[in-house]
Design a protein around this ligand. Structure first.
Ligand SMILES: NC(=O)c1ccc[n+]([C@@H]2O[C@H](COP(=O)([O-])OP(=O)(O)OC[C@H]3O[C@@H](n4cnc5c(N)ncnc54)[C@H](O)[C@@H]3O)[C@@H](O)[C@H]2O)c1
Length: 273
């Protein structure tokens, strides 16, 4: 199918976490662009979607049931659902990493050639290079239960869980993207939002600490909105991003750049502009 034919066909996009925050915004944006939306969440969205499939990413059986309900011919999968560290390491590991991975692997056969997968990570996962060997070891462990067994042998504290499993997600995305592309033609990438105005932002103040969140907001020049993140996710599902594979795209107001250079950035319009 050439690009003109593809652009005429209505695309079908699965969005996890579609009931709230960034996932809800992404669903509404892609719907406005003409996509048919399959929303996967524990709770139903309060806006219209073509299909709602209940899922609890904590449990492999719930994921199996949801996957069985989804038809083939999916053009894009946006893995947006996530929980904060305040809910504990077990839930964070399962929802933000193991369940996401298990859902993705089981949906791959239903995603069209040249389809796209977008995983929502976080700027909190910026520290992945420091723990690369561990994250790569976990990335090479296939399966929900096998991953859980690995985590039981390599436990992570509640305090570290959120950044740790966002790091792990970024590394798994890089690791799996190459084989996925060569085996199936599907592109997989991450988006890493900075602090964004959604219901879980307050939990980050508790789990990551006020100082860390305030520092992030200061460096980013404010708090992002779901409207700032959704177009970046949408871009990574679109043919315009065809040459982007295994990337981790920041949507963070410059937070990571600032931290990397350890610069004090005062976000103000340049003089004379
Ligand atoms: N808000 C931020 O500041 C921020 C920053 C960086 C990254 N993120 C990431 O963005 C993503 C979206 O978060 P958000 O800010 O929109 O939060 P949100 O709380 O508004 O949305 C999270 C969604 O995930 C769903 N969910 C939670 N547990 C689930 C489970 N077990 N099974 C299925 N669905 C489940 C919730 O029902 C909800 O609809 C998350 O992965 C989060 O880690 C958020």
């Amino acid at each position: 199918m050439n690009q003109t034919d593809a652009s005429k066909r209505r695309l079908t996009v699965i969005i996890t976490g579609a009931a709230s925050g960034i996932g809800a915004q992404t669903a509404q944006l892609l719907a406005a662009q003409g996509a048919s939306i399959i929303a996967l969440d524990r709770v139903a969205p309060d806006f219209p979607v073509q299909h709602f499939v209940p899922i609890d990413l904590m449990h492999a059986e719930s994921i199996d049931t949801a996957v069985a309900e989804i038809p083939a011919g999916i053009d894009a999968l946006c893995n947006v659902a996530g929980v904060p560290g305040t809910l504990g390491a077990d839930r964070v590991a399962k929802v933000n990493y193991l369940g996401l991975r298990y859902l993705t692997e089981n949906l791959v056969p239903k995603i069209t050639r040249n389809g796209a997968i977008v995983n929502v990570a976080s700027t909190a996962g910026q520290g992945w290079p420091q723990r690369l060997p561990q994250h790569l070891e976990l990335a090479r462990v296939n399966g929900f239960q096998q991953g859980l067994d690995w985590i039981e042998r390599n436990p992570v504290s509640d305090a570290l869980a959120y950044p740790y499993f966002k790091e792990a997600l970024i590394v798994w995305t890089m690791h799996r993207a190459a084989t996925l592309r060569s085996q199936t033609g599907i592109r997989m990438n991450c988006v890493s939002p900075g602090p964004t105005d959604t219901p879980i932002l307050n939990d980050f103040r508790v789990s990551l600490g006020h100082a860390s969140v305030d520092d992030a907001i200061r460096r980013a020049g404010g708090v992002g909105r779901p409207e700032d993140i959704a177009p970046v996710i949408a871009f990574l599902t679109a043919p315009a991003s065809a040459w982007i594979v295994g990337a981790n795209l920041m949507a963070d107001g410059g937070l990571v750049a600032s931290r990397l250079l350890d610069m004090e950035v005062a976000v103000q319009p340049a003089a004379g502009k």
